[in-house]
Design a protein around this ligand. Structure first.
Ligand SMILES: *Cc1c(COP(=O)(O)O)cnc(C)c1O
Length: 411
């Protein structure tokens, strides 16, 4: 495909990024490597089509084939998550969440969401995000000592705020979620429930974490994180909310769906329906747990004391390192991570006290326990020697050797 690109500056940059993805280790918890089949679908003439509307009810002609593609994506997503209704058109996670809000709320309505610096997401009511500007979000927190959600505290906040919607979903939380607990609190106060499973969708599809579909009213998820599909999102809901969700996505928020992405989503759902994907999901979690144990043995504080999923947040306060400093040192060692707030963080959001690590991407590359132990050692050595550029460059060389031995599947 790349031989078609004659635009040298762009071609050169694409090749540089591909090389970087081979040579560095991606430990950013939200990232993964889509399969060659998923990437191939993105570069097809489906990208040329306009398909506003839904299957059988389009506002443009020539959509009978697109209808079949969209129907396939919907059927596979339904099967994967056991969902009553699926909308596969959301362009990404944040627009999917906005569409879900628009489907069931009026501007000014009260909503409950987890605080961003406690592991929530911008689109869960942060004041600078459209969600926080349109709706009155009240935020719950994780427990300061355990680093875990405390359902009694969620209940207390819910009874005080009397929200119309309770959002449960996280970008930096490493423990199983009590979906039924959220649902029963919502029932007590007459609220609807929404689960944003953007981070853990692949682990749920791979049958390793509990599935909120059929417990809560609406489930949103990106398709490009642990689910390992193309960049995009889907919304699942009860049959009762199906019409409201569809109307909120189009014409409420979006215009034409990205049909090439819809085809890539269908391929990714097909891959996730294979038994091998359950092995993948199991290995992602085993790798994250081993990484957490290895780092704890080197005296690092893991928020909540460990992980049930693909991610872990390290509080570096004890090491006297700030998140940004750590992120930059690790980058020099070829280890891509993202800085992260920790619950009750005393430092500013741009340079918080922790880093977040995830194992979804490296597990796709075939990492097992030997590689995880090696990675933990590199992380530790790079953090200890964070001011020594030569030392970091030396680690990077070793990282690159391993990276080239286990390249991402599409590269
Ligand atoms: C990543 C993420 C999103 C947003 O996804 P984008 O595709 O980046 O807009 C929404 N919610 C949660 C919980 C996420 O982790």
């Amino acid at each position: 495909m790349l031989e078609q690109i004659k635009d040298q500056p762009i071609l050169e940059l694409i090749n540089q990024e591909s090389r970087r993805q081979i040579d560095e280790l991606e430990l950013i918890a939200s990232e993964n490597y889509a399969s060659p089949a998923v990437l191939a679908a993105l570069a097809t003439p489906l990208a040329n089509k306009y398909s506003e509307g839904y299957s059988g009810k389009r506002y443009y002609g020539g959509n009978h084939i697109i209808d079949d593609i969209e129907n396939l994506a919907i059927e596979r997503a339904k099967q994967l998550f056991n969902a009553e209704h699926v909308n596969v058109q959301p362009l990404s996670g944040s627009p999917a969440n906005l569409a879900a809000y628009l489907a069931i709320l009026e501007p000014g309505d009260t909503v409950l969401g987890l605080r961003l610096d406690h592991g929530g997401h911008l689109s869960h009511g942060h004041p600078i995000n459209i969600s926080g500007r349109l709706f009155k979000f009240v935020q719950y927190e994780v427990d300061a000592t355990t680093g875990r959600l405390n359902m009694d505290q969620v209940r207390q906040v819910a009874h005080q705020a009397k929200p119309k919607l309770i959002v449960a979903g996280f970008s930096a939380y490493s423990r199983e979620i009590d979906w039924a607990g959220f649902k029963s609190i919502a029932d007590e106060v007459g609220a609807l429930t929404m689960a944003d499973i953007s981070h853990t969708a692949g682990l749920i599809a791979g049958r390793q974490l509990s599935n909120p579909t059929n417990i809560v009213d609406i489930v949103t998820t990106t398709t490009h994180k642990t689910l390992r599909g193309p960049r995009g999102a889907i919304i699942m809901s009860t049959t009762k909310l199906a019409k409201a969700i569809d109307r909120a996505v189009f014409p409420g928020l979006q215009g034409g769906p990205h049909d090439h992405v819809t085809a890539a989503k269908a391929i990714a759902f097909g891959e996730a329906l294979q038994p091998a994907f359950q092995d993948y999901a199991r290995q992602v979690i085993a790798n994250a747990q081993l990484l957490a144990e290895q780092l704890q043995a080197k005296n690092y504080d893991i928020v909540s004391g460990g992980t049930d999923n693909h991610l872990l947040v390290i509080d570096l306060t004890k090491q006297g390192l700030a998140g940004r400093q750590a992120e930059e040192a690790l980058q020099k060692a070829g280890l891509s991570v993202s800085r992260s707030t920790v619950p009750g963080d005393q430092r500013p959001p741009l340079n918080p006290s922790g880093i977040r690590l995830g194992t979804a991407a490296i597990t796709t590359r075939g990492f097992g326990s030997a590689e995880i132990k090696q990675t933990a050692n590199w992380l530790h050595q790079a953090l200890v020697n964070h001011a020594d550029d030569n030392y970091l460059a030396d680690i990077k060389q070793q990282v690159t050797q391993l990276g080239r031995r286990l390249p991402p599947p599409s590269l």
